[in-house]
Ligand binder design. Structure first.
Ligand SMILES: Nc1ncnc2c1ncn2[C@@H]1O[C@H](COP(=O)(O)OP(=O)(O)OP(=O)(O)O)[C@@H](O)[C@H]1O
Length: 460
């Protein structure tokens, strides 16, 4: 069975607009015009009402009148942006002067609209905002991909197990339900989370990843929910968290099992009520974010042993997708290997080599404990060490050629790196959490996280 790339199934969400004007008829005119353009519109007659509206539910775009009774729309701009850093603001006024326009832009407005305005001008502004926001999100995604320098993921598969996982992800994309992706390290949970996002109505909004084990408890709390100045040593200014950055989009929590109990409680509350507080701040904020989590651990076991909250597990796995290990989808090993060979050969500007029959047999026989990541890394290395037009087994690491796992013995003829890899993998396999493994090894959790990725460790 073969799948092509799955086509998007869900229409993007309408743009959410807040109209802030003390004159009722201006608000009504704008509402009618904006609703005609497919926007969701809310109104506020005062600065306080505008801030309250934003605190209650986020918006993408705000039209703000320069004169709000006795208050100034200009003064409101930074307050709106403090509340919602990704908001686009257009200032409207009958008192159009160049100076006001400059001042509006200086305070964070994206555009300026003189009264009286026409429906065509409003349409133009809405189109411009939409295009600018989409470009921004696409650039973020592109920059991330470039930074990782990875071959673009393929959704083609000949494996029935993988096909079932993709079909479930496609169906899940049509809803806003929380999704839990389960599978060993390197099986492509991150890739699938991104696929889910790009198939959903949120695809034009941000996809934001948080790697839970790489940060200490306090930094992870701040990374997720943000902090205010002075919340802890080093917090020199107010900082929105990833939840706010992901507004309207998808938040991907990688290795969610590695969260402290206190953070698990905060995440649970966020999932239940869509509410959270920045660290050190009393007031409650709301965010419209779809959560996708991933784990390579046996969460039921963690629940049974008191390490993970049962109620959080049920909130996270409304839809559960199991990714097969690469050895459970052997049909995909060679097509993926050829794809990586092509990618890395092109990146090195050389002719694309072939796989010899012996290499093909070896790649199929190996167990791939590090899954697709391990295959990708092995191919990347093979292209570096093997300049010839046909890749032979010797181009690949010894452990793959041996295809029987490691033979490392202390004092044996091994490099330090081989010994380190084996030791780390064994410690990881012998203790329940990454934190505990880091303690045993005498290194911090983020170093261990990086090393594990490098050594393509099997999860447990
Ligand atoms: N279908 C695919 N096509 C191409 N590359 C893939 C595919 N699936 C995974 N990869 C590559 O394998 C590597 C691991 O993928 P990913 O990070 O999504 O796995 P993971 O299951 O989230 O791993 P971890 O649990 O360690 O975070 C990445 O480099 C990714 O680009």
């Amino acid at each position: 069975m073969e799948t092509g790339p799955v086509t998007p199934v869900v229409e993007p969400r309408p743009m959410r607009v807040l109209v802030v004007d003390d004159e009722r008829n201006i608000r009504t005119t704008l509402r009618v015009c904006l609703e005609g353009l497919g926007c969701e519109v809310r109104e506020a007659a005062t600065a306080d009402a505008a801030l309250a509206a934003l605190a209650q539910a986020p918006a993408d775009l705000a039209f703000v009148d320069l004169r709000l009774g006795t208050a100034s729309g200009l003064d409101l701009l930074p307050r709106l942006l403090a509340e919602s850093p990704t908001l686009d603001i257009v200032l409207i006024t009958a008192y159009a002067t160049f100076d006001t326009a400059v001042e509006a832009v200086r305070r964070g407005a994206r555009d300026y609209l003189p009264k009286p305005f026409t429906p065509a001008q409003i349409r133009h502004l809405v189109d411009k905002t939409r295009a600018h926001r989409e470009r921004g999100f696409q650039l973020d995604a592109l920059a991330e991909q470039l930074a990782q320098s990875v071959p673009e993921a393929t959704l083609e598969t000949a494996s029935p197990l993988m096909h079932a996982a993709l079909a479930l992800v496609t169906r899940a994309a049509a809803s806003d339900a929380a999704v839990l992706l389960r599978g060993e390290s390197g099986t492509g949970k991150g890739v699938l989370a991104r696929t889910l996002h790009s198939l959903s109505a949120r695809r034009r909004r941000p996809f934001v990843t948080v790697n839970c084990p790489t940060l200490s408890e306090q930094l992870l709390a701040s990374e997720l929910f943000g902090h205010v100045r002075g919340a802890f040593t080093g917090a020199v200014r107010d900082q929105p968290g990833r939840v706010e950055q992901a507004e309207g989009g998808t938040l991907f929590l990688d290795e969610v099992a590695e969260m402290s109990p206190a953070l698990q409680a905060q995440l649970l509350r966020f999932l239940q009520e869509k509410q959270f507080e920045r660290l050190g701040e009393g007031r409650t904020r709301r965010a419209d974010v779809r959560v996708v989590a991933a784990t390579n651990r046996d969460l039921e076991k963690d629940v049974a042993e008191g390490r993970f909250r049962e109620d959080l597990l049920y909130r996270l796995n409304v839809i559960e997708v199991k990714l097969p290990g690469l050895r459970e989808r052997p049909e995909d090993i060679l097509p993926l290997a050829r794809r990586f060979v092509t990618f890395f050969a092109r990146a090195a500007q050389r002719a694309v080599p072939e796989l010899s029959p012996a290499t093909e047999a070896m790649l199929r026989a190996y167990a791939w404990p590090g899954n697709v990541r391990e295959l990708r890394n092995a191919v990347e290395r093979a292209l570096i060490v093997w300049p010839a037009g046909v890749l032979e087994p010797q181009a690949f690491p010894e452990r793959i050629a041996a295809a029987t796992g490691s033979h490392v013995t202390l004092g044996g003829p091994h490099t330090l790196e081989e010994v380190e890899r084996e030791h780390i993998l064994r410690v990881l396999a012998s203790v329940p959490t990454l934190d505990e493994a880091a303690r045993v090894l005498g290194i911090d959790a983020s170093t261990l996280w990086r090393k594990r990725k490098r050594y393509e460790a099997p999860p447990d």
